[in-house]
Design a binder for this molecule. Sequence first.
Ligand code: HAM
Length: 424
Amino acid sequence: MTNGIQPIRGMNDVLPAEIGLWQHLEGALRELVATYGYEEIRVPIVEHTELFKRSIGEFTDIVEKEMYTFTDQGGDSLTLRPETTAGIARAAISNGLLRGQKHKLWCIGPMFRHERPQKGRYRQFHQFDVEALGYEGPDVDAELIVMLARLWRMLGLTRVKLQLNSLGTPAARALYREQLVAYFRGHEAALDTDSRRRLGGNPLRILDSKNPDMQAIIAGAPLIVDHLDLESRAHFETLQAALRAAGIDFVVNPRLVRGLDYYSRTVFEWTTDALGAQDAVCSGGRYDGLIAQLGGEATPAIGFAMGIERVVELLRLANVVPVVRAPDVYLVTQGERAVSAGLALAEQLRDQLPQRRVAFGLGGGNFKAQFRRADRSGARLALVLGDSELERGVIAIKHLRGEANQIECPVAEVSARLEAALKE
Ligand code: HAM
């Protein structure tokens, strides 16, 4: 395309040929969360910029450099959501959903981050997000993880592994942060530019650095698990015991800190070795302080989000073939009168056989071309209506997939005959 309008880098079209796996995954997800009693919530794609600054945190990569922020005609600073936990927390507050009540919610949709696009990392991507508001856990922490393990089983995905950590309470984390800063200040000369910058704002993120030169220093850093408050430690241990009892494999990764500031206590991430660098397929954790921090009444909460593109890619690699439902019947017509009679007949069949899919051969053309299209549609039967059939008040039923002969029947009997032929 030379003069045409280009797509935006990192934002993809999902074409009909690819949509089967998306629908397969989305169907499984909807079924799964319904089983566990979660309800759907839909929140806007755009929120006040302030919401993301106050929840995700000023010194995170997302807020510092990845947000699509703009000023609208009214002069408000708005941002395309980079994630939806903040929006759901905001919705719970603004709609008065809390007041001591609990909510189990899920949401699906596009998110936007101005990251460097590469395989598995996009600027518009989709998340399936689940949030449990008002639950102190750790039973809910365990149930969310058990639910995800069930999903991987349902989908036939085996190359996913669970990592867990606890970040403690904000107070315990503040003490740990001081120790970490002191440690890294002692090694400041050896820190890379990114880590030096993070030392002032978000020192925990240094632990996440992928720079090989930083690994030795990071390996010697104090660990948050050694600085947990007693309650967080008990919470974490109970969670681990529940997971063991449920037969869920996991590793405790004391350097798992997550890239968003709102977390406390449990954090977790499912990663895979099948996707290269973008290996996180589903991540989440507790955010017990967020709702109060946004002006709502103190409400413990936990959730996770899954990258749909990444899970779809895992399904593709695992050779999962989605069931794409073809039309059952394809109606072929010839002649002007037959077209209008055929359109009416197709509508009548859709009324009479609501479980069946009826495709009409739009655009006409000769019989041969229409049969080719009928065949390509995957339909099992073709209905043939030409001027001669019309005159005689009959219609032909032709099997597209087998040896059975073409038959003719009176138009009035067609729905019964079709149903019988489809059951053969
Ligand atoms: P997150 O780790 O930033 O967490 O994103 C969750 C998941 O979204 C990642 O594990 C990954 O699968 C996918 N993802 C993130 N960025 C991209 C991207 N640029 N391209 C493709 N996929 C991506 C959150 O967003 C939190 N809101 C999760 C959460 C919910 N925590 C509590 N509740």
